[in-house]
Design a protein around this ligand. Sequence first.
Ligand code: ASN
Length: 324
Amino acid sequence: MKRVLIIDTGGTISQVMREIGTLVPGEADIVTLVPRLKEIADIDYVLIDRVDSTDMTQNIRVKIVEEIEKNHNDYHGFVITHGTDTMADTACALNYMVQNLGKPIVLTGAQLPIFAPGPDGLNNLYYSVKTATEDIGEVVICFGDRILRGNRSNKYNVEGFNAFDSPREPYIGNLGVNIRLNENRIKRFKISNPIFFKTMCSGIVVHYQVSGGCCDTLKYYIDNPEIKGVIIVGFGTGNVQSYLLNSIEKLTQSGKKVVIVTACSKGSTKLGQYQTGLRVKNAGALEAKDLTIQATIQKMMYALGRDPENFQDLFYQPIGRDMD
Ligand code: ASN
């Protein structure tokens, strides 16, 4: 029988309702609530934390990586239960922290606590364990009736049972009476040579442009030693407002990395297309091309944590088909 390790980090799936109507971390043993999991695979379970994923940290992510590192030869796949709010961020982080595993790392969770009437978490957990035994060699999110490339996904629906989408990448698979896997997936490796990377740089900020605004908050980052990288969410192809340019130039001159990502959920930055993009490139900023915002954050953390001198090369090296 195949073996699957479930790594629990918390999220709504195991939360309970307080009388006042607020969900808080609970004590649920989610695996025993889905007894039929044993018919799919031999299951082992480790509890790492019970956080609402709002409070997900790089330390918890390192613990996930350590579990995978310790056990990677002994299991066919890994399932990580996680809150939905930052599940896509963790999927991206794991794509960079665990490279060349060649086995499925499946993230799942729920919109409703597993004790609520009609909980989606029962199905999500069941199908995630199944997915972890399949011919997949990458980090995926398994949620609702979709299997999605983790590093291309985002939570787009607060309520729906299909909470995730990946607008830049067709689904890796669809769940129904059968699991149907698509050819765009990365397949399981026969022989793998994984690399585990645990020193992500947390000193990243994201600046969202305010159309019609006038406050140059970027200037506060220039002399801040905590901040190593700044992501600016560009309009369209990566266009950035004139009043930010002076600070961007100072940021890049002071050695901080500045990356422009597109605010759009499809397509790529093209900083040369408009003058409003070219001038930010001339100020020393890089562009995230078609990386999602979540992937840009985690890839910056990875590249800065790994080797800031080689930031540009590391940032542009595709990992787990995160960019075209
Ligand atoms: N706030 C919750 C979390 O991310 C949302 C959920 O899991 N549905 O932990």
